[in-house]
Design a protein around this ligand. Structure first.
Ligand code: ZN
Length: 187
């Protein structure tokens, strides 16, 4: 009998557009509901977490209690995922550079997409976003696995092409690019 392989992956992120939605309703609760469904079949999944959002929250955590709380919420969930045997890898959305924060509503306006693709960034900014993503993920996961291995990466903005922009950074840091599936443009 032919063996079939199934790879379950999810992007862990807010919505694009004028209102992002909240961490609790768009990220935390859906994953909490999803886990028992996946696990009842003995399956494990890969969660690609929007690390550029984590960097944004981290940058505001000192002055915003709500941003600090969101970062803590996501960190708790990511640690739990790893503890339960799932994988957590970076999903980088450079358009966070142009995000506007509405403190009163505690929502993000993500309508500006000029940095949507990785290739839109200059070299220094690519390096900053990529290294920052790896560092914040390692820092969050260190309490459950100090040697956590980031084996894969998924680009936001549909694709990482041209790959020449990305290759110099990725080569040393991740083993697999999972941005684009064969015959598919999902990212
Ligand atoms: Zn995404």
């Amino acid at each position: 009998m032919e063996t079939r392989h199934l790879l379950l992956t999810f992007d862990h992120e807010l919505f694009l557009g004028r209102r992002s939605g909240t961490v609790e309703r768009c990220m935390e609760r859906p994953v909490d509901r999803l886990l028992p469904i996946i696990e009842q079949y003995g399956l494990r999944a890969i969660f690609f977490v929007d690390t550029t959002f984590l960097m944004e929250l981290d940058g505001r955590a000192a002055v915003s209690i709500k941003c600090r709380a969101d970062l803590d919420r996501i960190a708790r969930q990511l640690r739990e995922l790893v503890q339960r045997g799932h994988a957590v890898y970076p999903h980088i959305h450079p358009h966070w550079a142009d995000a506007r924060y509405d403190a009163a509503a505690h929502q993000w306006d993500l309508q500006e997409l000029r940095s949507y693709r990785f290739s839109a960034l200059d070299e220094a900014e690519r390096e900053r976003v990529f290294r920052g993503s790896m560092e914040i993920l390692r820092r969050i996961l260190a309490p459950v696995d100090p040697l956590y291995r980031i084996q894969a990466y998924r680009a936001g903005g549909w694709c990482i092409q041209p790959f020449d922009d990305f290759a110099p950074i990725s080569r040393h840091l991740v083993e697999r690019d999972m941005s684009v599936l064969g015959g598919n443009e999902a990212a």
